[in-house]
Ligand binder design. Structure first.
Ligand code: ADP
Ligand code: ASP
Ligand code: MG
Length: 407
């Protein structure tokens, strides 16, 4: 049996017809190695952003079912064009959308989870010797409505297909050479990592390093799937391997720093301090499908407390509506919010055995006159909420202070 590899190409690698032709050429060369290839694609360039703007010209908060219907068209354009490009080069290929590839999801439009993939049809086309090209980011719920998996979700499609097809590995081909110690667009001397553990990659991805979708890392970890992040332009570069082996990495204290710019901070002021209050507030938010991140409850003064938390900026509007209702029900004082905040996170498995990392991080930020508004820690990460316009400066300062450019 031929080895099977799943490759995923992101939007920037498919931004023009010439780039699509390059990908086709690259796949033809790969196919000469007698492998089976399943290729997952994002939409071309910034297509998804453009489609969202278009929808917002019609409706400021469009119906999510219709939005998914619209956004899924982006990926359909790229898979069909790539298939044509391969045929033009004399190869054999077939493009499939989520319905044809049988990718079943739940019905949470715009943030769906993959429930199952029936791989029969994909396998038949592979046996016919075809390169099978599948739309990323989309699925189909049981009513046969099109769903999407969340922004950046093509990584998740690729990993899920690799797991379902028992592929040898999954390669994420993108516009940088791999996973770096920080976003190379913010830190010019950021270092490309040869390897990183699932655990660390999951923290970096969840905290804003968009080179991989966080849920794709979680899924790869659960099934022990080898994932490589590599450049789609530079074939020679080995890229980064994401795997579970920690032994070789124990010497390293800090692996990387991530920045999430699109955050907002919400505070419920004057909440009566009695059992069940936090449960009440966060149940309402959970029912509205809002993901909460850092939470801080202040000390109680005369029976009242303030509860602050962060949400994604795009969820702020709904969060405020829900929080205002909660404030009314609980007879709290008011809801205040701050838009332009960023979450800055330092990640490293080595933190488990080293003390003083937090102190060094806070000192470094203080030296740059950067105020810390909230702090949250886990075994392998420290996150701080700071002003959005200080984000890049903070990443650069931490990268330097922890000497992440040195291997
Ligand atoms: P694609 O279109 O291929 O899915 P993305 O734009 O989603 O690509 O992700 C790649 C981008 O992620 C890079 O261009 C880079 O700016 C950003 N990025 C953020 N943090 C990191 C990091 N630690 N390592 C590499 N890239 C990162
Ligand atoms: N095209 C989708 C997006 O821009 C999915 C992806 O690129 O992974 O979010
Ligand atoms: Mg991406």
């Amino acid at each position: 049996m031929r080895p099977l590899i799943v490759q995923k190409y992101g939007g920037s690698s498919l931004a023009t017809s010439d780039k699509i032709k390059n990908v086709a050429y690259r796949l033809m060369k790969e196919k000469e190695k007698d492998v089976d290839l399943v290729v997952v694609l994002s939409a071309m360039g910034k297509t998804t952003d453009t489609l969202i703007s278009l929808a917002q010209e019609i409706s400021p908060r469009p119906c999510k079912r219709e939005l998914d219907m619209l956004l899924s068209t982006g990926e359909q354009v790229s898979v069909s064009l790539l298939s044509m490009a391969i045929k033009e080069l004399g190869g054999q290929a077939i493009s499939l959308n989520a319905m044809q590839a049988n990718i079943l999801t739940d019905s949470f439009h715009s943030e769906s989870q993959i429930l199952d993939i029936d791989t029969q049809r994909i396998k038949t086309h592979l046996q016919e010797g075809k390169i099978v090209i599948i739309t990323g980011y989309q699925g189909l719920n049981k009513e046969k409505d099109i769903t999407t998996l969340g922004r950046g979700g093509s990584d998740l499609s690729a990993v899920a297909l690799a797991v379902a097809l028992k592929a040898q590995c999954c390669k994420i081909l993108t516009d940088v050479s791999g996973v770096y110690t920080a976003d190379p667009r913010i830190v010019s001397d950021a270092r490309c990592l040869k390897k990183i553990t699932y655990e660390e990659m999951l923290e970096l991805a969840s905290m804003g390093a968009k080179v991989l979708h966080a849920r794709s890392v979680e899924l790869a970890q659960r099934y022990d799937l080898e994932v490589y992040v590599k450049s789609s332009f530079d074939e020679q570069n080995a890229g980064t391997l994401i795997e579970k082996d920690v032994k070789k990495m124990e010497e390293i204290t800090i692996t990387g720093v991530a920045l999430n710019k699109n955050e907002a901070k919400v505070t419920l002021v004057g909440v009566p301090d009695r059992p069940g209050m936090a449960a009440e507030v966060f149940t309402c938010l959970a029912e509205a499908n809002i993901n909460i991140d850092i939470i801080i409850q202040n000390v109680s003064v005369e029976g009242f407390t303030d509860i602050s938390f962060t949400v994604k900026e795009e969820d702020l509007h709904v969060t405020i509506l829900v929080s205002k209702e909660a404030v009314r029900d609980l007879e709290a004082k008011e809801v205040i919010f701050k838009k332009n905040v960023s979450k800055l996170t330092l990640v490293g498995v080595g933190m488990r055995r080293h003390s003083g990392i937090a102190a060094k991080m806070f000192r470094c930020l203080a030296d740059k006159n950067i105020n810390i508004e909230m702090i949250s820690t886990s075994e392998i990460k420290i996150s701080c909420v700071i002003d959005q316009d200080k984000g890049d400066l903070a990443v650069q300062a931490l990268h330097k202070a922890f000497e992440l450019e040195k291997s």
